[in-house]
Design a protein around this ligand. Structure first.
Ligand SMILES: Nc1ncnc2c1ncn2[C@@H]1O[C@H](COP(=O)(O)OP(=O)(O)O)[C@@H](O)[C@H]1O
Ligand SMILES: [Mg+2]
Length: 316
């Protein structure tokens, strides 16, 4: 199929095309997801022109509905990345899927970051070994990223750490604006580095630290929604898996019967992930994962262990 290019668009001059490319836009379709304020700001034009560009981009993109059969074929093409534990993979229907946002939530030391570390190695393996021969982009909002620990997991699984560390790109974020900025401009990096796994560990920390008090709740929810919407568009458009960790909060409302901890960020975020797992601690290094609210799998639980070798079905 002939792909429309920036050059085909009447509303774009050569100068604007250069600016778009410099800002990481790689396709006409990538313009459709913006609103006029965002585009105006990004390439320094007035909003009327931005509106014209976005409408033209939308008119270019194929709007024909897909049949359910085509969609099935598309869904069957989705690929999976192993978590390191067979039971946890099974819980998730075979692993973490591309084309989906998977949320891993849980209390402190529940194993959220350890799963991200192990998957950062696994995604680089070939398909037979549970990977996709792909790279990783890791956004670390809590300052807990550890190359040493990833190297340990690689080494103890008989892999050469350097071969794996070099394919993991990491950014430590300062605040929620920084996080949103990175996510909105991530497409170029994903394509350049053949990234198949995009991790945000964690999505909650900046928002919870910056937006304190009830009066800031509305603006917090707006910021969270913007981030969630951008993630959803990325995962729908690019052939990647997005894994997001989330903190949990205790229920303090005494009218709510279920007092168990639940993921942070409220309704603005809750319906965005395709898969949600909640971790809790068991005895020693045992952890229990519960899958819930999935659109394609039943609610269920499994046990895994955090070991020197990473995420495992065996305690030792
Ligand atoms: N090298 C290691 N060997 C075995 N277990 C480890 C190792 N490093 C961390 N852990 C375990 O991982 C747990 C912390 O998990 P982590 O993923 O960091 O939690 P969080 O859910 O807060 O991100 C701790 O219980 C710790 O014992
Ligand atoms: Mg962590």
């Amino acid at each position: 199929m002939y792909q429309k290019k920036f050059e085909d668009m009447e509303s774009l001059t050569e100068e604007l095309i250069e600016k778009l490319i410099a800002r990481g836009f790689t396709s006409v379709e990538s313009l459709c997801w913006l609103n006029e304020e965002e585009l105006a700001e990004k390439i320094d034009i007035d909003q009327d022109l931005a509106k014209k560009i976005i409408s033209e981009a939308i008119s270019f993109v194929d709007q024909k509905p897909l049949s359910a059969v085509d969609l099935l074929a598309k869904e069957e093409k989705r690929q999976k990345i192993s978590t390191g534990s067979e039971l946890l993979d099974e819980l998730l229907g075979g692993g973490i899927y591309t084309g989906e946002i998977t949320e891993i939530s849980g209390e402190f030391a529940a194993g959220k970051t350890q799963i991200c570390f192990h998957m950062s190695i696994n995604v680089q393996l070939n398909q037979e070994k549970g990977g996709l021969n792909g790279g990783v982009y890791y956004i670390d909002t809590e300052g807990t990223f550890s190359s040493t620990r990833i190297a340990q997991i690689a080494q103890s699984n008989g892999l050469n750490p350097d071969d794996f560390l070099k394919n993991i790109a990491v950014t430590r974020t300062y605040n929620s604006d920084h996080l949103i900025f990175l996510v909105m401009n991530v497409e170029k990096l994903i394509k350049e580095r053949n990234i198949k796994l995009f991790i945000i560990d964690s999505i909650a920390s900046h928002f919870r630290a910056e937006y304190t008090g009830n009066e800031k709740l509305v603006s917090r929810q707006q910021a969270v929604m913007k981030l969630a919407e951008t993630l959803k568009q990325l995962v729908g458009r690019l052939d990647i898996a997005i894994v997001v960790t989330n903190q949990v909060i205790a229920t303090i409302d005494e009218n709510i019967f279920d007092k168990s901890p639940h993921p942070a960020l409220g309704f603005a975020w809750a319906h965005r992930p395709h898969q949600r797992i909640l971790l809790r601690k068991g005895r020693g290094q045992a952890r229990i994962a519960r899958l819930y609210d999935s659109s394609r799998l039943p609610d269920r639980e499994c046990i895994f262990f955090i070991t020197e070798k990473g995420i495992s079905d065996k305690e030792k």
